[in-house]
Structures are given as C-alpha cells and as structure tokens.
Design a protein around this ligand. Structure first.
Ligand code: ADP
Ligand code: MG
Length: 387
C-alpha cells in the first residue's frame, strides 16, 4: 500500500492531514535461527513488504488506532487512554502499537498521544514479522514527531520490550532490529549479545541469483508452547555448562560440551543446533564477504537439517518445500522463522526460479496441502520516513 493511500486514509478517518508517513518492513532470516535468545548471531534482511503508518501527535493523553488490514467487527478506530495502558491487558492487535507507546513512556519519553492509521503488505502470522514491522513503524514515527532522539537499536529494544512485556510474546531482538536497521541490497549481521552490527552486501541480482520465500500458510497450533520449551531447554543447557548463554560455547569446544551434558539427549540436541548455527552464520558472512554467494546454499541446507533433526521445529510442509526445491536444483533451502509452519527460503540460479516455484506448488497439490504463497525476496530498506 502506497504512502499516498495511507495519507488519504488518515485524512478520511480523522478529518485532517497527518503530520507524516513512515514505513517499516517485514524480514526474512537468511541464517541464524533460534540463536537470538542465546546471545548468538543472526542474519536477517528486510523484505519489500512493509507496514506504512500515517501519524499525528495529540497532547491530551489519547491514542487512536486504525488498521486498514482489519475489516468488519475487528476494524474501526480504537481509542485508548495512555494512563490506562496496562501490560497484557489487551489481546487484540492494538496491543502492539499501544505496547510501543507504553514502553516509550515507561522509559521516560514524553509521548502525549497520537492519531494513527496504518496499512501493511507484510503477510501476518507467516513468520515474516508483521508484528515487528508494526511496532517499529510506530516507534520511528513517535521518535521523529516527539523529537526523542533515540537511535535505531534503541527503538528496536523498546519494541522488543513492548512485545515481550506488553503483548506478552517471548521473542528475541532479531525481528525489531532487522526492521529498524536493515539496508537495501544488504543482509544484517547482528550480534544479539551487544547489538553490534555489520551490513553485509547481499546483491542477488548482480550474481545472477534469486531468492524465493515460500509461505506454507500453515501455523501449527502448539507453536508458542514449543517455542517456550526450546528456550527453557537452551537455558538449561547453558546452566549445565556453566555459561551465561549458549553463545559462549565455542564451536571447537562442542564435542567436549556435549560429552559434559551426558545422557540428556534433548538438551544435547538443542545445544548442538545453537552452537553449529552460530558457526553457520559466521561461515555465511565470510562467504558473502569474499564474493562466494553461491557457496552459501549448502550452509542454508545444513541449517534446515539442524532445525529439523536437532531442534525439531520443522513440519511436513516446510520439509516438502526444502526437499522439492533441492531435488529441482536449488542451491540451498531452509525453513526460516520460529518453525512449525510459516515460511521457507530457497536460493537458486535466476533462470531456474520459475521452474522451482512451480515444482513446489505441484508438490503441495500432490500432498493435498493448502496452496503455498510463493514470492521473490529482494533485500530492501529498513524503516524510514516516507513523506
Ligand atoms: P508475524 O510477526 O510472524 O507476522 P505475529 O503473531 O508475531 O506473526 O504477529 C501477527 C499479529 O500482529 C497479528 O495477529 C496482529 O495482531 C498484528 N498485526 C500485524 N500487522 C498488523 C496490521 N497491519 N494491522 C493489524 N494488526 C497487525
Ligand atoms: Mg511476530
């Protein structure tokens, strides 16, 4: 949805032009899955799909919210009082933007109210982080309008706090940082311990490559509980090994660490995934920086095997995307995001992408799965003011 459309939508709703329009993208993670709550490495890039918000300040402690993506009973303008914002009191979509306002105010920033109208092209619940796009666009708009002077990484932290504490979803820092900090034509190498980051050139077109995102359109019901279990299992592994986080287990000390974990097979598997995944991120960074883009394919595929066999968060739909794509000649493929559904990515020669996409669609039809959404991902810009 374009900035002009969102600007006009705002004016129609609230009877005046907005002070400005901002945009923040969804993301896919190239490599580094379930490492962000282990203080490890991740490497997301921003999608062209984004949430666009038109915003004006208010000074009366009122927050008015409207999303063009919601129709019918769930739609309409929602009016909230800033003084009444209370963590985990809101189970609807408004918890995300209200949570950002709450987190800003709680950190002492003088946000006195706002009128907000937004529209998003990020598929919701597909593992492409529509939630972070929503949070970050609001944080950036309020940062600009109220002159808060916060840096991108600080906005990401506040958005994570909004999602963890206010919404009540235990997510790491990757999604918000990706949406806030990514740059077009690059992937973001992020150390989730100290939030240090490096933009890594990832210009697929220049290399004659393309990357597909396949949204399986399934979300298996137990995913939240399973995510929590993996987190707890990782914390247990770190405690047993006497480190602050699994990030502190070096790759060349993995065998020794696994031996020390004895016969706790589940924790051993979780630890093995996290430690090898951090090393895969470092390998991908090194390959991209030396211009060997094609060589990242097998590393992506290794990452999928680790998530499937060790972390055990894949599902038949995700495995089918990966197996079909590889059989049809992809350079590499993996599930991306939290798991148990959501999306997979496929790296391929540009000339082969259409055939690959078709092969995946046919395999889904043959398996009687819901038709997937297949689209191309081009590394896009992070959050910004658009008008
Ligand atoms: P993901 O971040 O993978 O898309 P989440 O479950 O974390 O999935 O976030 C999806 C939720 O975020 C939606 O259920 C909705 O509450 C909220 N949301 C995201 N984008 C919008 C939007 N444009 N309008 C209203 N709500 C949205
Ligand atoms: Mg999310």
């Amino acid at each position: 949805m374009g900035a002009q459309q969102v600007r006009e939508g705002f004016a129609a709703l609230y009877g005046a032009a907005p002070e400005g329009v901002w945009s923040a993208p969804g993301r896919v993670n190239l490599i580094g899955e379930h490492t962000d709550y282990n203080d490890g490495f991740v490497m997301p890039f921003a999608l062209p799909h984004a949430t666009t918000a038109a915003v004006s300040r208010r000074d009366d402690g009122v927050l008015r919210l409207h999303s063009a993506n919601l129709a019918g009973d769930a739609g309409g303008v929602v009016e909230l009082s800033l003084d009444a914002l209370e963590p985990q009191s809101d189970r609807s979509w408004t918890a995300y933007p209200a949570g950002v306002v709450w987190a800003l105010r709680e950190a002492g920033h003088p946000v006195t109210g706002a009128d907000i109208h937004l529209a998003s092209t990020v598929p919701s619940g597909a593992g492409l982080s529509s939630s972070a796009a929503l949070e970050v666009v609001i944080a950036l708009a309020l940062n600009d309008l109220f002159g808060l002077g916060l840096q991108r990484w600080q906005l990401a932290r506040l958005c994570q706090r909004a999602e963890n504490v206010y919404v009540g979803a235990p997510t790491g820092i990757m999604d918000q940082t990706a949406s806030a900090c990514c740059e077009a034509g690059h992937a973001l190498f992020l150390d989730t311990r100290d939030l240090s980051q490096r933009q890594i050139p990832f210009d697929l077109a220049a290399e004659g490559l393309r990357l597909l995102v396949v949204d399986t359109r399934v979300k298996h019901a137990h995913s939240d509980g399973e995510y929590g279990k993996r987190r707890v299992g990782c914390e247990k592994g770190a405690a047993l090994l006497g480190v602050d986080a699994l990030r502190d287990v070096p790759y060349d000390g993995l065998d020794e660490a696994l031996a020390r974990l004895g016969d706790d097979e589940e924790v051993r598997r979780l630890v093995r995934h996290v430690v090898t995944e951090d090393q895969r991120v470092e390998r991908v960074v090194a390959l991209l920086e030396s211009g060997e883009t094609r060589a990242i394919g097998p590393v992506l595929t290794e990452g999928h095997a680790s998530l499937r066999d060790d972390f055990r968060i894949s599902c038949p739909e995700l495995d089918l995307v990966v197996d079909t794509a590889l059989a049809a000649g992809a350079l590499g493929a993996r599930m991306t995001g939290g798991g148990f559904g959501g999306s997979a990515i496929v790296l391929a020669e540009a000339a082969e992408v259409d055939t690959l996409g078709k092969a995946v669609e046919e395999a889904f039809a043959a398996a009687d799965f819901t038709a997937p959404r297949v689209f191309e991902a081009v590394p896009a810009a992070g959050a910004r003011r658009v008008s």
